[in-house]
Ligand binder design. Structure first.
Ligand SMILES: C[S@@+](CC[C@H](N)C(=O)[O-])C[C@H]1O[C@@H](n2cnc3c(N)ncnc32)[C@H](O)[C@@H]1O
Length: 259
C-alpha cells in the first residue's frame, strides 16, 4: 500500500520512482554533478523552449532529488524516461485544449506538455503539500502559465475548481478503472481521458472495459507514441460520451488548496 495515496502501488507507480521511498537512497547522489545533457532529439520536441526544458531537468536533478520527488537512479534517465516520454503524449491533445494533469507529482506529464505545447491550458492537481509546493516553485521559476491545485482529483473542491476540462491526463497514478472514476467528473461532456500507461495498457482496457462504459467512456484505445530519443509510451484514450460529474469554475488563481 502506498502511504501517500492510500491505494495499492501499481507497477506504473513503482516505475515512475517518484515515491517518498526515493529519499532512502539519496546518499548515492552527488549534488555537484552537472545536470544531464539534453539528447539531440530534444530540440525538435521543445523548439525554442529547449532551455526551459533543460532548466526543468536541472531542477528535477537538484531540488527534485534532494527533496525526494525523484529517485537518484532516475537522474541519468530524466530526459528519455520522464521528460521526453511525457512530452511524447502531446500528440493526444488538440490545439488550445484545457488539460488537467491528476497526480502530477514532480510535474509529469504536465510540465513537459506545457513546455512542448504552450497552446494548452494546463492545471496540475496534486494532493501532497511537499509536491504541490515544488510544482508552484517550478511553474514560477520557468515562468509558465500553469495552475497548481492542491487536492485529490475526486474531491468536490477540486472538481469545482478544475472541472469542465477538455482532457484529463495522468501518468503512473492508479489502475485504469480508478483513474477513469477520478477523470470523468473533471471532464466536460465529450471530453477525453488521456492516460500515460506502460506495457499494461491494452490489458487494463480489457480488464476495466465494463467500469469504463459504466462511467460513460466510449471507444477506449491504445495509441503508442514516442518522441525522438525517448522511451516509448502508451496512451489510453477514451471519450466521455455522456454527461458525468460536474462542471467547475475556472478561476485563474494559482495554488488553490482543497482539504
Ligand atoms: C507515482 S506518483 C506519479 C507522479 C507523476 N505523475 C509521474 O509520472 O512521475 C503518483 C502521484 O499521484 C498522486 N495522487 C495519489 N492519489 C491521488 C488522487 N486521488 N488525486 C490526485 N493525485 C493523487 C500522489 O500524491 C503522487 O504524487
Amino acid at each position: 500500500m502506498n502511504e501517500d495515496t492510500g491505494h495499492e502501488t501499481t507497477r506504473d507507480e513503482v516505475d515512475a520512482s517518484t515515491s517518498d521511498d526515493a529519499r532512502d537512497d539519496t546518499s548515492e547522489t552527488s549534488m555537484v554533478e552537472t545536470p544531464p545533457e539534453p539528447p539531440a532529439g530534444a530540440g525538435s520536441v521543445f523548439g525554442d523552449r529547449l532551455p526551459l526544458a533543460a532548466r526543468y531537468v536541472e531542477i528535477l536533478a537538484t531540488a527534485g532529488l534532494e527533496r525526494g520527488l525523484m529517485g537518484p537512479r532516475e537522474r541519468p534517465r530524466l530526459w528519455d524516461r520522464h521528460v521526453l516520454n511525457s512530452a511524447a503524449a502531446a500528440v493526444g491533445f488538440m490545439e488550445n485544449e484545457s488539460v488537467v494533469d491528476i497526480g502530477s507529482g514532480a510535474g509529469l506529464p504536465g510540465i513537459p506538455l506545457a513546455l512542448a505545447r504552450p497552446d494548452l491550458r494546463i492545471t496540475l492537481v496534486e494532493p501532497l503539500l511537499r509536491r504541490s509546493t515544488f510544482l508552484l516553485e517550478v511553474v514560477d521559476q520557468l515562468g509558465l502559465d500553469v495552475r497548481v491545485v492542491r487536492g485529490r482529483a475526486e474531491e468536490k473542491g477540486v472538481i469545482a475548481d478544475a472541472g469542465g476540462a477538455d482532457v484529463v491526463t495522468s501518468r503512473a497514478v492508479a489502475p485504469l478503472s480508478r483513474l477513469a472514476g477520478w477523470s470523468a467528473p473533471l471532464l466536460r461532456p465529450g471530453g477525453r481521458m488521456v492516460a500515460l500507461k506502460g506495457a499494461s495498457a491494452a490489458d487494463e482496457i480489457e480488464r476495466d472495459e465494463r467500469a469504463l462504459r459504466k462511467l460513460g467512456f466510449d471507444g477506449a484505445r491504445v495509441e503508442v507514441v514516442s518522441a525522438p530519443d525517448a522511451e516509448e509510451t502508451r496512451l489510453v484514450i477514451a471519450t466521455l460520451a455522456t454527461r458525468v460529474g460536474s462542471r467547475g469554475s475556472r478561476s485563474r488563481a494559482r495554488g488553490s488548496r482543497h482539504r
